[in-house]
Design a protein around this ligand. Sequence first.
Ligand code: BTN
Length: 243
Amino acid sequence: LPYQIRFYPELLSTQNEAQRLAMEGAEEGTVVIADKQTKGRGRLGREWESSMGTGLAVSLILKPDVPAYKAPQLTLVAAVSVVKAIEQITGVKAEIKWPNDLLIEGKKVCGILTEMQADPDRIKSVIVGIGLNVNETVFPEHLHHIAASLSGFADSPPERAQLAAAVLNQFAEDYELYKQSGFAGVKAEWESYSCTLGRKIQVRQNGSYINGTAEAVDSQGVLKLRDKDGILHSIVSGDIEIS
Ligand code: BTN
């Protein structure tokens, strides 16, 4: 995956810029990195705070030759890549909370946002956005108990450029594997980094809650939840809460 990196001191959102470039025909491997985002976006319409210039905000343009329903798998692939990159650079072990959060000691240090542009079924492009908290020391009040940055766990303050390079190199490798073997190719690694499997979780689906145990992810990256009556539910997307 030859990368073409575009660096910006400040953007509203690397995700929006990558989308704009993709519409203009930017190639697979185009990467948008911003020092600061003034309107970073999270999943489900949430904000992603990254205006301090202390984190990493990256969006990658990909054009995988897979049907549209598989695009969310790229979130899981990227999560594996970022866990490995974090460990390479800082020695710190993060865990994956399905589908898109990386946690250290239960606190979120990274979020991944995968969005796609598609014709009815054919993918035109997928934008994988990675937001990593690196050297933040203060968080907005409402995030105090749920967010953290890598610097809180590493021996010395991590270098953002080093982390960016490690994330991109690692992802290039894992994306190759994904293109050859699908999510099945990275599934074992995903499982080994997961803090979701085997845990009691709650998922909101169609307005109501399902409680149960996260039993497995299948070869498509779908989460299998077993409820107290023994019924197995397939969770394709959404937010889970681990209890
Ligand atoms: C989430 O956990 O809700 C996902 C957060 C994703 C944040 C990243 S930062 C780089 C890219 N640009 C954005 O505006 N959002 C993503």
